[in-house]
Structure formats: structure tokens, C-alpha cells
Write a protein that binds this ligand. Structure first.
Ligand SMILES: Nc1ncnc2c1ncn2[C@@H]1O[C@H](COP(=O)(O)OP(=O)(O)OP(=O)(O)O)[C@@H](O)[C@H]1O
Length: 270
């Protein structure tokens, strides 16, 4: 992790206390207890915020680099605001500084009983491990007995459907980019990381979103993937039906079959 990048972020953020929670290819994600504009006296000491910082890339032409950082940051921030207006569950935007690549947002999620952060991936691993410990020699389809996982996956499907009904494609749907937030003793999925998101009217793009998530589920949860995906697609279909958009759902399903077929052909050809 580059100390210079962290120092640069500290400098841009007036040296507020920051904790690094992730460093991806494009951004460093920090956690802070400092609100972007409210005084400390107006906040609870336990409240946390997330700062996503896209550093400048020294290997790109400076003018082009500034444009890229600014437009990706602004576009992600605009989407977060749009999702809030549409009532789609995602972190609330608090502040944005496009040219410096900074987005300040609500921190979502919590901690699982095993101490891990409550991403969908960690939750499923946690449930799988408890399931394995309980059943030992029994049939693996016992996972279906866990109504909570079914409920979570169906809600994930509903959340993705709401996004698609608004003609927004996520662009990087994985079980790490879905965070579970605990509300009234129930886990509610929140989508995060809209850095690759865009608007699209093409069923193909929505099908690719579902396919990417499907592949992510296969690789991280190979044993129970089938049930997970089935429950997810049930929630997805139900939400389209409730919105009287069955026709669009059918078109996306048809495209999803094509995308799967193309994916299989590609992997067969290596
Ligand atoms: N609003 C949030 N609330 C809680 N945790 C968050 C939030 N935003 C990001 N995170 C955490 O930071 C991690 C990285 O965030 P994000 O995926 O947005 O950045 P990224 O640089 O695009 O990451 P990657 O390159 O790994 O996809 C997430 O997986 C999550 O653990």
C-alpha cells in the first residue's frame, strides 16, 4: 500500500483521522468518524462514514487523468444520489469532490457473529460453515432449510431488479459488492461500488449484470450456488412482475440464456 497515496488523501482531507479498509485497482476506501460538514457535537461517536478516494495516475497524461478521475467520481456520485431518489438501497451520498476524486458516503453494513464485515460473500460463507458443522454426513440440499439465506438471496434479486427497472446496470456485481445491513433484526442487501455503472435500455446489458453475479457466486460458493441463484432469480422475477414488467423480464431471461451459452463456448475454447 502506497504511503504517498495515503498521505495525499490525508492532505486533501485536512488531516482528519482515517482508517484504510480497502485498496482496489482504482480507489482507496477509508473509514472515518468525521462528517463532511456537520460539527462533531451534532454526531453520535459511533457513527462511521466511508470515503472513496481515486488517486491520480502518474502514468496518464495529467489533463486526461484529471478528466478521467473527475468524470468517474462525479458519475458514481450522481448515481448514488439517483438511487436515493428512486428509493433503491445503496449508501447515501454525503459529499463529492470530483477533481480530487473524493466521494464521502454513508457507511453501510455491520459485523457478522464471526467478526467479519457483513458482505453477502462473508454471510454466505458464515452460513455455509455453520451448516456444514451442523449436518456433517447429511445431504447437502439441507441448506434449503435455512430460510434466512433464501430470504436474503430473494431480496438481493429484488434489489438488482429495482436497479434494472430504473435502466441502470451495475457493471461489477459480485457478492463483495453487496453488503447486508441489519434493520429490525432482518438483513437488507445494499448495493455498493457504482464505479462501473451506467444507464442502458438494452436487455443484453442487464443480462450481463446477472451473468457476472452468477459467475461470482459459482466461484465463491460452488456447492450451494444453484440454490442461491434460483432464489435470487425468483426475487428478481417477482419484482419485475410486481412492476408489471414481465415482458422486460422475459427478454432479459432470454438474453441471459444467450450470454450463458456464449460464456460456455468461450470457456470450452479456452
Ligand atoms: N458505503 C460503504 N459502506 C461500507 N463499506 C464499504 C462502503 N463502500 C465500500 N466499502 C468497503 O470497501 C470495499 C471496496 O469498495 P469499492 O468496491 O467501492 O471500491 P473499489 O476500489 O471499486 O474496489 P474493487 O476494486 O475491489 O472493486 C468494499 O468491498 C467494502 O468492503
Amino acid at each position: 500500500m502506497s504511503v504517498q497515496l495515503i498521505n495525499k488523501a490525508q492532505e486533501l482531507l485536512n488531516n482528519i483521522p482515517l482508517n484504510v479498509i480497502s485498496q482496489g485497482a482504482e480507489a482507496i476506501v477509508f473509514e472515518t468518524q468525521t462528517h463532511p460538514f456537520l460539527p462533531k457535537s451534532n454526531q453520535l461517536s459511533t457513527t462511521k462514514f466511508i470515503i472513496k478516494y481515486r488517486p491520480r495516475k502518474p502514468y496518464r497524461h495529467p489533463t486526461l487523468d484529471l478528466q478521467i478521475v473527475n468524470s468517474r467520481t462525479q458519475s458514481e456520485a450522481r448515481l448514488l444520489h439517483k438511487l436515493y431518489q428512486l428509493g433503491i438501497k445503496a449508501p447515501r451520498l454525503m459529499a463529492v469532490d470530483g477533481p480530487n476524486g473524493i466521494i464521502w458516503m454513508e457507511s453501510v453494513g455491520g459485523t457478522l457473529p464471526n467478526g467479519e464485515t457483513s458482505s453477502l460473500k462473508n454471510m454466505l460463507w458464515f452460513k455455509e460453515k455453520s451448516q456444514e458443522e451442523r449436518k456433517d454426513s447429511e445431504n447437502e440440499s439441507n441448506i434449503a432449510l435455512d430460510g434466512e439465506v433464501r430470504d436474503i438471496m430473494s431480496k438481493v434479486g429484488a434489489a438488482v431488479a429495482k436497479l434494472h427497472l430504473a435502466n441502470i446496470v451495475h457493471g461489477d456485481l459480485t457478492s463483495s459488492n453487496i453488503i447486508l445491513d441489519q434493520r429490525n433484526d432482518k438483513w437488507e442487501p445494499m448495493l455498493i461500488d457504482f464505479g462501473l455503472s451506467s444507464y442502458s435500455l438494452l436487455a443484453e446489458d442487464e443480462a450481463v449484470d446477472l451473468y457476472v453475479l452468477e459467475r461470482a457466486l459459482i466461484s465463491t460458493h460452488p456447492i450451494y450456488f444453484k440454490s442461491y441463484n434460483e432464489w435470487l432469480l425468483q426475487g428478481y422475477e417477482r419484482t419485475f412482475k410486481e412492476a408489471s414488467s414481465s415482458k422486460k423480464f422475459k427478454e432479459i431471461s432470454r438474453r441471459l440464456q444467450d450470454v450463458r451459452l456464449r460464456g460456455r463456448k468461450r470457456s470450452m475454447l479456452g
